[in-house]
Design a protein around this ligand. Structure first.
Ligand code: MG
Length: 159
């Protein structure tokens, strides 16, 4: 049995009046993420973790923000496209663990929805997908509500 582990990290800036997509679900919020895609920073970190597990580069390389095909794209489609890469088709996700640092709004009511949504895209049980949220106690750019940062770790297993 062969296993690989990968980690991913992403940051997006917040701005007034944009939709907030996080972990594949829309979060009611006065602010949303500035991005070429829908700005789902959690999915972007997860994609980079999957790519990192097999040393396949990063999503900025796969889906360049200069390419209009990815303008406003639902990041769930990016995650599905990563999992459908020839190099990843022979692998299955054992588990994923995602940590979101965001000052506001509170994400607790949306955690289970994110877990279920991400698990469905990855074709695994929500029990294998952890989503955790934290504030940064008002410190740094996250604490000043200027942005959001996300760390993701995945373990994959060759089918
Ligand atoms: Mg991103």
């Amino acid at each position: 049995m062969e296993f690989r582990i990968g980690q991913g990290y992403d940051v997006h800036a917040l701005a007034e009046g944009l939709p907030m997509w996080l972990g594949g679900v829309q979060i009611p919020s006065q602010t949303g993420f500035v991005a070429h895609s829908d700005g789902d920073v959690a999915i972007h970190a997860l994609c980079d973790a999957l790519l990192g597990a097999l040393a396949l580069g990063d999503i900025g390389h796969l889906f360049p923000d200069t390419d209009d095909r990815w303008k406003g794209v639902d990041s769930k489609k990016l995650l599905a496209a990563v999992l459908d890469l020839p190099a990843l088709r022979g692998w299955t996700v054992v588990n994923a663990d995602i940590t979101i640092a965001l000052q506001a709004p509170k994400l607790a009511p949306h955690i289970d929805s994110m877990r279920g949504t991400l698990a469905a895209v990855m074709g695994i049980s929500p029990a294998r997908v952890s989503v955790k949220a934290t504030t940064t106690e008002r410190l740094g750019f996250v604490g000043r509500r200027e942005g959001c940062e996300v760390w993701a770790i995945v373990l994959i297993e060759r089918k």
